[in-house]
Design a protein around this ligand. Structure first.
Ligand code: FPP
Length: 253
């Protein structure tokens, strides 16, 4: 199967399921607080949950998983938490990349790298280079990312090239232009908002809000979310009767 400019291996086990799942991994802090632990302990468990979810998505034939790890607004958190998250990122890269590489996962980082330190930028680039040949699952880690940043950077890219801004040209200049839009967007932690995640790409995503805190989001929760998605009718602006008469094909990448 070919998705945009990214090739992924064919999915045999999942015909009707989502090709692309996006997740706002919310609830790490509350998970830690419930256990009288520092917030960073929750983020560490969040990394474990992300590892589990990535493996589960690969096993279920999902082609693309996009997760929100650090938003443009997260810099406003207490200094200790921000530096802890940056250290956790470095640790996660050194620990997880060898296994991701073996598991056929291609990891990419989406977001504004300009304000990251050279050391962090190097770490991201090395992880991407080590896994760039993999085709089983694309894992997009949104780091220092915001949906508004993405739309603005796409518009300024076009303006710098002197190109007209249309829906098509803007789409092509966005960060995730080489994969299909998310079919299913999950937010854990009980909040029901997008928080500046994939504002452009989620236009037709099915939204699923889970009360589970991210560290508790396990394979069973993922399966329940996928089953919920599979039971929905996606109409993309058409009527139900039109869909029943000629079932929709997934939107082209
Ligand atoms: C939101 O929970 C979570 C984050 C801001 C960080 C998400 C990070 C991970 C899951 C770990 C992976 C991260 C790296 C660096 C690879 P919250 O802290 O807002 O939770 P709360 O709403 O309960 O306070």
């Amino acid at each position: 199967m070919r998705l945009g400019r990214i090739s992924v291996s064919a999915s045999s086990s999942l015909q009707q399921g989502p090709r692309h799942i996006a997740i706002v991994m919310d609830g790490n802090g509350r998970w830690a607080k419930q256990r009288f632990l520092p917030r960073l302990a929750g983020h560490k468990q969040g990394v474990n949950a992300l590892r589990r979810c990535t493996q589960a998505c690969a096993q279920r034939g999902v082609a693309v998983l996009t997760v929100f790890a650090f938003s443009s607004e997260n810099w406003n958190r207490p200094v200790d938490e921000v530096s802890g998250l940056l250290e956790l990122l470095a640790l996660a890269l050194s620990r997880e990349v060898p296994q991701l590489r073996k598991d056929g996962v291609r990891v990419r980082f989406i977001g504004d790298r300009a304000s990251l330190s050279a050391k962090v930028r190097d770490g991201l680039a090395q992880a991407e280079a080590a896994t760039h040949h993999n085709t089983r699952l694309v894992l997009n880690v949104c780091f220092n990312y915001g949906g508004r940043w993405d739309i603005a950077q796409a518009a300024s890219t076009l303006a710098a090239r002197g190109e007209p801004i249309t829906e098509l040209s803007l789409n092509a200049a966005m960060a995730l232009s080489d994969v299909p839009d998310p079919d299913l967007l999950i937010r854990t932690g009980g909040e029901m908002r997008l928080s500046n995640f994939l504002l452009w790409q989620a236009a037709y995503s099915e939204l699923l809000f889970s009360d589970k805190l991210w560290p508790d989001f396990d394979e069973a929760a993922l399966d329940a979310a996928i089953a919920d998605y599979c039971a929905r009718e996606r109409r993309f602006g058409k009527t139900s009767e039109q869909i029943l008469a000629a079932p929709l094909q997934p939107l082209p990448a």
